[in-house]
Write a protein that binds this ligand. Structure first.
Ligand code: DGT
Ligand code: CA
Ligand code: CA
Ligand code: ZN
Length: 567
């Protein structure tokens, strides 16, 4: 760790303390030490590792010397991580706007309660911001420019939020005469949980005409450029869309290039070079001779690789697996036979048991687990023992009415701060399936908390608790948790809610390698959300999961014996 890195962590912490309105002396101490370290000719990492007493350096007190040690030894600063969880992301984003330091961000927040770039823009445009002391027209202009740049660079859209518009755009383009193929490449095709922009490829007779038509799409708000082979627009929701003309002869190579990821592409090129070949967005070449490019399959084939699904193209071992013919056969939506995590209006869902069940039948599901919240989750109207009892009786009644589906009686039981569960053992006994999830208190030793809970649950719900663009993953030793889950036969959830998608792709892959099983659940709070399973499948595929890894790809009979064997 360089002095600069250490210093940056400390001054970031100071910024956040300032936004929070903490003691100015404390904040100044952080800033001073950040400056001392940045300007020092000594290597602080080395000082710490040599056991040098940092308080001997003028300006560094006892607390800060401990903090520096923590930063150097763990490459992290727990205080900063905590602050990041407390302070709205929007405020942190504002800090990166030129002209807005912590003082001004705090001023804006205190005066208007602004927590997002969108709101900041509104207040700047309406003239409200001018009223704050020190906010002149020059600064306002800077802020507006900064918001625009940040939105272009920073904001990533949930995959699920662009799905509709992506489909619409594709159909719109296909409607134009002479357009043969439209394909959306990039992170969208890789089904990444968030996308920065859409990269659309089009094969058409007369590209300039298509481009003219493209920029007239009803949701285009700003035309950034419209060239002979490439056009870029911004839609009314701020999403950037790039359109590119592609020739039929090089379609496969171009699609491969623009699907990415960049890291995958770079590895592919390295591999090609080793084989004396060259890959670019037009094809694969041996010397001047083009030997592939029409289809992606062809591109992979001449490189000696099995076809790699877009979801795997992240340079996480897929190329090696393609060489060795050990790529996974990825799970598909049609493999799923049921859903094991669903809420009703008995707790915080919108629809009643019967409607959820009816919708599940329409969706051709073989089984559904009704898993409402447990008692202590008051905000979610969690069920106490008495209400739970009546609720389970109700489920029995509805089961009689709908024999075509199997209803599993469950609950999403809150994992309390000490790792114990929110229902006593006797209550748990009444349930066929117990999902354990954390919903509050994200600091403290999460590893210990989860390890303890694993003893009593069937499924660990939304394991990391992240909310995309809002809340980061809890910190825990996942490897240890996965080993224990495997040992105890506790299934890990892939939560399909588009804002959760948790486990993440990377952790799912790791857990699979350890030998864990998964359940892809909707966590639906309405009949509509029962369809979220498709997003969970996307994420599961990015985590290399196959049908055999996923327990709700089992038939009802197999599922029951799975849980019986694991008890
Ligand atoms: P995004 O839009 O941030 O969600 O992520 P992508 O993957 O869609 O990235 P984007 O839109 O910047 O570019 C689309 C694809 O184009 C990317 O996945 C790979 C390819 N690409 C872009 N820049 C480079 C580059 O510098 N080198 C290579 N090898 N490929 C690139
Ligand atoms: Ca993109
Ligand atoms: Ca792009
Ligand atoms: Zn839930």
């Amino acid at each position: 760790m360089t002095n600069q890195e250490i210093s940056k962590i400390l001054s970031q912490t100071a910024d956040m303390l300032e936004i929070k309105g903490e003691n100015p002396f404390k904040i100044r101490a952080y800033r001073n030490v950040a400056k001392i370290i940045e300007n020092s000719s000594k290597d602080f990492e080395k000082l710490v590792k040599d056991g040098f007493d940092l308080t001997k350096i003028p300006g560094i007190g006892k607390d800060l010397s401990e903090y520096i040690k923590e930063i150097v030894l763990t490459k992290k600063f727990s205080k900063l991580e905590e602050l990041k969880k407390e302070i709205p992301v929007g405020l942190l984003e504002m800090l990166s706007i030129e002209g807005l330091g912590p003082k001004r961000v705090k001023q804006i927040y205190d005066a208007f309660g602004v927590t997002s770039l969108e709101e900041l823009k509104k207040y700047a445009e309406s003239g409200e911001l001018d009223k704050l002391p020190g906010f002149g027209p020059k600064l306002i202009e800077k802020i507006l420019k900064g918001v625009k740049q940040l939105k272009k660079a920073g904001i990533r859209f949930l995959w699920a939020d662009v799905e509709e518009i992506a489909k619409e755009l594709k159909e719109y383009l296909l409607d134009f005469p002479g357009v043969e193929i439209v394909e959306i490449a990039g992170s969208y095709r890789r089904k990444k949980e968030t996308v920065g922009d859409l990269d659309i490829l089009v094969i058409a007779k007369d590209y300039p005409k298509v481009s003219e038509y493209f920029v007239k799409f009803k949701r285009v708000k700003e035309i950034y450029s419209a060239g002979l082979t490439r056009s870029t627009v911004f839609l009314d929701n701020g999403l950037q869309v790039d359109l590119r003309a592609v020739s039929k002869e090089s379609y496969g190579a171009t699609l491969h290039y623009f699907t990415g990821s960049k890291a995958h592409n770079i590895e592919i090129r390295k591999l090609a070079l080793l084989k004396g070949l060259k890959v670019n967005e037009y094809g694969v070449y041996r010397g001047d001779e083009k030997i592939a490019g029409k289809s992606e399959e062809e591109v992979y084939k001449v490189l000696g690789l099995d076809y790699i699904e877009p979801e795997l193209r992240e340079n996480r071992g897929e190329i090696e697996a393609a060489i060795n013919h050990t790529l996974p056969k990825l799970i598909e939506l049609k493999d799923l036979k049921g859903d094991l995590h669903v809420h009703t209006n008995a707790s915080d869902g919108r629809d009643d048991i019967e409607n959820m069940v009816k919708r599940a039948i329409e969706l051709k599901r073989e089984y559904i687990a009704i898993t409402d919240h447990s008692y202590s989750l008051k905000v979610a109207n969690g069920l106490d023992k008495e209400r739970l009892f009546k609720h389970l009786e109700k489920i029995d009644e509805i089961q009689k009415k709908y024999p075509e589906i199997k209803i599993i009686k469950g609950a999403e039981v809150d994992i309390l701060e000490d790792g114990s569960l929110d229902y006593d053992d006797e209550t748990l006994e009444m349930l066929d399936i117990v999902i354990g999830s954390i919903h509050t208190k994200f600091s403290g030793d999460q590893t210990k908390r989860i390890l303890k809970a694993l003893e009593k649950i069937d499924i660990l719900g939304h394991p990391t608790n992240r909310i995309i663009n809002k809340r980061s993953e809890i910190e825990a030793n996942w490897e240890e948790i996965f080993y224990k889950a495997k040992e105890l036969n506790v299934v890990l959830e892939i939560n399909s809610h588009p804002k959760r998608l948790d486990l993440t792709d990377i952790l799912a892959k790791k857990a699979k390698e350890i030998g864990c099983k998964f359940s892809i659940n909707s966590d639906a709070h309405s009949t509509k959300a029962l369809e979220y399973l498709k997003y969970g499948v996307n994420q599961a595929r990015r985590g290399w999961l196959e049908k055999k890894d996923v327990i709700n790809a089992l038939s009802y009979k197999e599922l029951i014996s799975f849980f019986k064997d694991s008890k």
